[in-house]
Write a protein that binds this ligand. Structure first.
Ligand code: CTP
Ligand code: MG
Length: 240
């Protein structure tokens, strides 16, 4: 077995961006909403350009927004970074599956990254990609849990208190050896899987954790836009 050389651009990134953003309130699909004059998906694309491992991008766009997303992508990505835009599906998992099917076969490492985590920094993509490249079949970025978490039954009674030191908040990008992610999707839908690692866990594959990023917060509710702005994450428009 020969050691894999560290190559530039050996990673395909799948970006599920087909969600409606219902919890953000009325308006365009979430990935196309603006913060400080820039669409959320554009923030993602600008960060991917700065992550040297990324060699290809596949965006799963809202069904009605495929043309709008294609135009946005052509504006933002340099020709050295090819991108495909496909129509997403009715669930996140189906959107990821559609993007995975479109990713060129030569990419043996695939990262899945929510458009909703619009400010995940380039070094986070590099950290996840390196961990897959060097050692692991599946990699997720995590942060410590700050709240106390309890399991509660349907009657509203506490069943147990989880040991906080063993809990983690999970982010994207999540990284996989391509064959592992494909096998996970071949096993069909999992109603309770809210991320890609959960599908892979069903196969018994070990999922490795790396340190996440506060900047990779998920834009879900209106307050998250305010938080991102207050954190100084949405300054792209003012950069030269
Ligand atoms: N997503 C997708 N296809 C879907 C549903 C979600 O590609 N059918 C994507 C979203 O665009 C987002 C990510 O999955 O980037 C995480 O989903 P979430 O934060 O729940 O976004 P939305 O589904 O858009 O928001 P909401 O649930 O409030 O409608
Ligand atoms: Mg959703």
């Amino acid at each position: 077995v020969t050691a894999q050389p560290r190559m530039r651009g050996d990673v395909a990134v799948l970006v599920p961006a087909a969600g409606l953003g219902t919890r953000l309130g009325p308006g365009a699909p979430k990935a196309l909403r603006h913060l400080a004059g820039v669409p959320l998906l554009t923030y993602v694309l600008r960060r991917l350009v700065k992550a040297p491992s990324v060699g290809h991008v596949v965006v799963a766009a809202p069904v009605d927004g495929v043309d709008a997303v294609r135009a946005m992508v052509i504006d933002e990505l340099p020709p050295q970074l090819p991108v495909d835009v496909v129509a997403g599906g009715p669930t996140r998992q189906e959107s990821v599956a559609a993007a995975l099917a479109a990713a060129p076969a030569r990419f043996g490492i695939v990262l899945v990254h929510d458009a909703a985590r619009a400010f995940a920094p380039p070094d986070l993509f590099e950290r996840v990609a390196s961990a897959v490249r060097e050692a692991h079949e599946a990699v997720i970025p995590v942060l410590p849990v700050v709240d106390t978490i309890k399991r509660v039954d349907d009657a509203g009674h506490v069943v147990s208190t989880m040991r906080r030191t063993q809990l983690r908040v999970v982010q994207t990008p999540q990284g996989f050896r391509r064959a592992v992610l494909e096998a996970a999707h071949r096993c069909g839908p999992a109603a309770d899987a809210t991320d890609d690692a959960a599908l892979v866990e069903r196969l018994g594959v070990t999922v490795h954790c790396v340190v996440g990023s506060e900047a990779a917060l998920k834009i879900t509710r209106p307050v998250d836009l305010l938080i991102a702005e207050a954190m100084g994450l949405a300054t792209d428009a003012r950069q030269p």
